[in-house]
Design a protein around this ligand. Structure first.
Ligand code: SER
Length: 587
């Protein structure tokens, strides 16, 4: 039997869509965004009107990660990482086809009874009218009026009303996930109704003067979570009981000697499973992210520490290889879809193991800090600041502090801790919202310059170190660029100087940056550099810089290297086995 992904891809292929491979979970050349949070995100330039080489109907399974859902993990249907099935119309079909095909796929291919479905539709606001068109299409297909709820911009607008760029109303499809009798009238606040599919109609461009200008090319972007739909198909009311998770949950039961059916253990077991699955996907991505204190690395760190915290809560031996056992299971489950996990398996397991050792060490120093705090106490209560310090600096969960305190007959200001914790979360949430906002914004002048500088650096490194140098990843902010490349040993200071000088020479030669379109074979024949060749369509864009660089790339770039200023390498370090990292600035 075909699995869900295969059914989805082949259904949309039969409707004229071209299957494209998943992009990295880390946005490429988009410094403003930590993770791809939706299928359409890597395709934003095309939603804004750029011509996609593979046509106007695309379908894909995309790796997505949502930091914003981190705190919701623990219930039966939230995840940090999920697979999103999505299809796109780039100025091609619109509401009628999109809604009809979603309906056909759910009811005819997946055989979901219409009686278990309901939908939400945009009710309109001061700026944009009610989406009567979608509602009437749903009705024509057999969705009863009482199963259509009209909701506002918080529920039925994508991405949200504040963000500039392509956007529009959406219609969400819900499934009644319960054995109880399905209510006649759809109540979107009833948790038994779970959203399974979102069809976004990107018909506007939100402009800075706060008007919604109709897009010349109206797009459709739909996204469906594999985890939730798998639960529907396997007839379970809990994503963690599906084939995607259940053997891992069983392993956690074995390792802890506790039962998943006991409500005291459920949330922790789900968190351990969800978080390690995400860690495997992020660390296994070819962007080679590892735990750190910044950006994606910091998210990985939080996931690992939170998982260890919950393993400890379940009395699992955190010094054992419990984490590697779980991660290996996820690698085996996911490597069929994401080949890079197999390739990077060793790195994934090494990083996870290393991070755990670090945390276990900070647990030790944290215990010493705890004793110090206790010896300085003037009352029998550990205040919120100290409890938060133990959490924040030493990764101590509140329960551990409370438990340790109890043994000494001391209390902890738990309420105060929660307030501090919320403030902290609020800050990270704002941070995350800012990052996403940027993801839809256009690339700024500085980022564009750095983007061109990565091509020059790539070319210079080939001259200085040899042809084995290939780009392994890059990350750009307004302040600096980071470039990862294949090379085995530390660069000498002489090599660094020669590289820097060469890039500056390219800049001073005022080389023209040309954008060429050609088919893939031609590009390869002319020796153009390509990071993920399989990802490109038959027609590709090649950026050619004078006679020194040719790379397959989506851009944007400056038009002449003279615009870049002075290039300076600020750091050279190891990134992972066989991969070096250079940080550089333009002055
Ligand atoms: N972008 C929309 C979502 O993520 C539909 O794919 O829900």
């Amino acid at each position: 039997m075909l699995d869900l992904k295969e059914k989805y891809l082949s259904f949309f292929k039969s409707k004229g869509h071209v299957i494209i491979p998943s992009s990295s979970v880390i946005p490429e050349n988009d410094p403003t965004c930590l993770f791809n949070t939706a299928g359409m995100q890597p395709l934003i330039p095309y939603l804004k009107g750029a011509k996609h080489p593979l046509g106007t109907r695309l379908v894909d399974v995309q790796k997505c990660f949502r930091t914003n859902d981190l705190d919701s993990v623990g219930d039966s249907y939230h995840h940090t990482f999920f697979d999103m099935l999505f299809n796109l119309s780039l100025g091609d079909y619109f509401k009628k086809e999109s809604i009809s095909w979603s309906f056909e796929f759910l009811t005819k291919i997946l055989n979901i009874p219409v009686s278990k479905l309901a939908v939400t539709v945009f009710k309109g606001n001061d700026l944009v009218g009610k989406d009567e068109e979608s509602a009437s299409i749903w009705k024509s297909l057999g969705i009863k009026e009482e199963r259509i709820a009209f909701l506002g911009e918080d529920d039925n607008w994508w991405p949200n009303m504040e963000l500039l760029g392509p956007c529009g109303p959406d219609t969400e499809i819900f499934y009644f996930r319960s054995d109880e009798e399905v209510p006649e009238v759809f109540d979107p606040s009833d948790k038994r109704w779970v959203e399974i599919w979102n069809n976004v109609f990107m018909q506007y461009n939100h402009l800075e003067n706060n008007t919604f200008e109709p897009l010349k090319n109206k797009n459709v972007d739909t996204g469906m979570g594999v985890e939730r739909v798998t639960a529907v198909l396997e007839n379970v009311d809990d994503n963690y009981k599906t084939s995607l998770f259940k053997d891992v949950i069983k392993k956690i039961e074995e390792l802890s000697g506790l039962s998943y059916e006991d409500d005291n253990n459920k949330a922790s077991m789900r968190i351990i499973a969800d978080h390690y699955r995400s860690v495997v996907v992020i660390c296994g991505d070819d962007a080679l992210i590892k735990p750190s204190n910044t950006d994606q690395g910091y998210v990985v760190r939080r996931l690992i520490r939170r998982a260890i915290r919950h393993a400890r809560k379940l009395n699992m031996d955190v010094n054992s290889d419990f984490d590697l056992v779980i991660c290996k299971m996820f690698i085996d489950k996911l490597k069929g879809t994401y080949k890079e996990l197999e390739r990077n398996e060793k790195i994934i397991l090494e990083e996870i193991s290393l991070e755990k050792k670090k945390f276990v060490k900070s647990l030790e120093t944290g215990l010493k800090e705890f004793d110090k705090i206790v010896s300085r106490l003037s009352s029998r209560v550990i205040d919120a600041s100290n409890a938060f310090k133990l959490y924040d600096t030493y990764g101590f969960p509140l329960e551990l502090t409370v438990e340790l305190a109890r043994e000494k007959g001391i209390k902890v200001d738990e309420e105060g801790f929660k307030v501090k914790f919320m403030e902290h979360q609020e800050k990270s949430r704002q941070g995350a919202a800012g990052k996403f906002k940027g993801g839809l914004a256009s690339t700024g002048e500085m980022e564009t310059k750095y983007h061109t500088a990565t091509h020059l650096l790539n070319a210079a490194l080939k001259v200085v170190l040899g042809d084995h140098v290939h780009q392994k990843g890059s990350n750009i902010t307004v302040e600096r660029m980071r470039f990862d490349f294949s090379h085995d040993s530390k660069m000498t200071s002489e090599e660094l100087k020669r590289t820097e000088d060469l890039v500056n020479e390219y800049i001073s030669r005022s080389l023209e940056v040309e954008k060429l379109e050609m088919n893939k074979e031609e590009a390869l024949k002319m020796g153009a550099e390509a990071m993920f060749i399989e990802k490109y369509g038959d027609v590709v864009t090649v950026y050619k810089i004078g006679d020194i660089s040719k790379e397959l790339c989506g851009g944007p770039h400056v038009s002449n290297t003279s615009e870049l200023g002075h290039f300076k390498i600020t750091k050279e370090e190891a990134s992972s086995a066989g991969v070096r990292r250079i940080k550089a600035i333009l002055e």
